[in-house]
Ligand binder design. Structure first.
Ligand code: KIV
Ligand code: ZN
Length: 499
């Protein structure tokens, strides 16, 4: 098994997306998580581009020690000087310099010639090498470059000191076999190629970034440049989670990465939240539906044996379990599974009769049937589920500007009333903290969704909550015209299933 280096550029190429800019503190948070994820190189920014980017490279270099910290430059001495400064605190540092390699870029971007561009590339590498040992050279738009010229350029920059050569498909143009053949051509025609690592950097304009990166690896590349959730300019970059899981799933390729895949899902959520960039529901590996099954045949198959319809164990990427989405296409197996999760005793339910009612409702709703709908169909309220559980007898909050929100909650547990007060960053947070004080259990909210029903200010809120206790997920929901009460009810509903 040979190792494939994972070069994460979420904080550079990923962060170039308009509207996705992070503060330095947020970048440090992401960088620390990338370190825990096990990436080998973090491209922390393009220091000459702005004082903020410069500062981020400085601070990430201080905060993170295991991965190599990389800074991007153009083939310009001022850029390189700036990158050297920004990397001064990095334990392991790399400068990533380069220039256009396609005739298109040479002519229409640089208004130059192949010879002059090659010379500039070589000069940049030689200059950067005076300060930093680890130099990566990028041949921009290599995807559309002439292979013979590209090989000449790569040979020259390796001779000048480049330790890694990046062959970007900058415009996401190549087909997998073309890109793979390009890497093979370099492996076969660059005399000193054994002195450097070939890196693949693919964009996703045709949805081929992952396929192209893997084609590159199959043909000799040893480093993949990628981003969390595949974020990046236009259609994005190669997504880290996809290439990591392709290599893990297809062991026959003979490669491995140091990625701790169990951390993927949480980091995907963090990047999505911080960058305000939602993950598309059908996104491979990290999309909300990546492990969700909605048709009756698939649900039944998954419940019988997960691998009937899942090639990746959700647990391997940090997703606790596959989800069974209830729709009009769901079968009895899925409904029984869900009712059981909600705490119902199946022995007391006529499933056939319930299923008929479920189908009529699901057809009318034309959307997923959620837990609250099931409870309603069961003809009850939350009390039906856990009549012996904890009861909320009082919720009182004080909030508003400039007060720190405070909540007092009373719970009846085994007929004994308990009371606690707490403050929080909002009234819901304060109320949940007060409950936690009474319960004294390590319960973590994983998902918290508030939905309005009619849209007016007198609306009824539905709260769906997912909590984690001892690595098991429990669902709860609550409904009220008071958003805090609905949230408290949802939390207690989930807690009742825990206990
Ligand atoms: O896509 C690209 O060519 C790049 C280079 C700057 C490495 O991001
Ligand atoms: Zn790029």
């Amino acid at each position: 098994m040979s190792k494939i280096y994972i070069f994460d550029t979420t904080l550079r190429d990923g962060e170039q997306v308009p509207g996705c800019q992070l503060t330095t503190v947020e970048k440090i948070e992401v960088a620390k998580e990338l370190e825990l994820l096990g990436v080998d190189i973090i491209e922390a920014g393009f220091p000459i581009s702005s004082p903020g980017d410069f500062q981020s490279v400085v601070e990430i270099s201080k905060a993170v020690s295991a991965p190599t910290i990389c800074a991007l430059t153009r083939a310009v001495q001022g850029d390189i000087d700036c990158a050297v400064q920004a990397l001064q605190y990095a334990k392991h540092k790399r400068i990533h310099t380069g220039i256009g390699a396609s005739d298109f870029h040479i002519l229409h971007k640089f208004n130059s010639t192949r010879e002059k561009i090659l010379e500039r590339g070589v000069e940049a590498v030689k200059y950067a090498k005076k300060f930093v040992e680890d130099i990566e050279f990028y041949a921009e738009d290599a995807g559309r470059a002439d292979n013979a010229f590209l090989a000449q350029m790569i040979e020259a920059v390796i001779a000048a000191g480049a330790t890694v050569v990046n062959i970007p498909d900058t415009n996401g143009y190549c087909l997998p076999d073309q890109y793979g053949a390009k890497i093979k051509y370099l492996m076969d025609n660059v005399k000193n190629i054994d002195k450097a690592i070939i890196s693949v950097h693919c964009h996703n304009d045709l949805g081929l970034a992952t396929a192209n990166s893997i084609a590159g690896v199959i043909n000799g590349a040893r480093q993949i440049e990628c981003t969390i959730n595949g974020i990046g300019e236009r259609a994005g970059n190669t997504s880290l989670e996809e290439v990591a899981m392709v290599l893990k799933t297809h062991k026959s390729l003979g490669h491995h990465t140091d990625i701790n895949s169990k951390k993927i899902y949480a980091l995907s959520g963090m990047v999505s939240r911080l960058m305000r960039m939602p993950v598309q529901p059908n996104k491979a590996i990290v999309g909300k539906n990546a492990f969700a099954h909605s048709s009756g045949i698939h649900q039944d198959g998954v419940l019988k044996h997960r691998e009937n319809y899942e090639i990746i164990n959700p647990d391997d990427v940090g997703v606790f379990e596959s989800s069974i989405i209830l729709t009009a296409r769901s079968g009895r197996a899925a409904i029984k599974h869900r009712l059981e999760k909600l705490g119902y005793n199946l022995e007391t339910i006529n499933i056939d009769e319930f299923y008929e009612r479920f189908l009529v409702f699901a057809d009318e709703k034309k959307d997923n049937v959620n837990d609250q709908d099931l409870v309603m169909l069961m003809g009850g309220t939350d009390d039906n589920i856990s009549s012996k559980g904890i009861k909320v007898t009082l919720v009182q909050v004080v909030c508003g500007e400039p007060l720190r929100p405070m909540a007092t909650v009373k719970l009846k547990i085994n007929e004994v009333e308990h009371e606690a007060s707490a403050s929080g960053n909002g009234p819901v947070d304060a109320a949940i903290k007060a409950i936690d004080e009474i319960l004294n259990k390590k319960i973590k909210i994983e998902e918290f969704v508030i939905q309005a029903i009619t849209g007016g200010s007198n609306d009824v809120s539905k709260v769906n909550m997912q909590v984690n206790y001892n690595s098991q997920l429990y669902y709860g929901f609550g409904i009220s015209t008071d958003i805090v009460v609905a949230s408290v009810n949802a939390y207690i509903d989930a807690v009742n299933k825990v206990i």
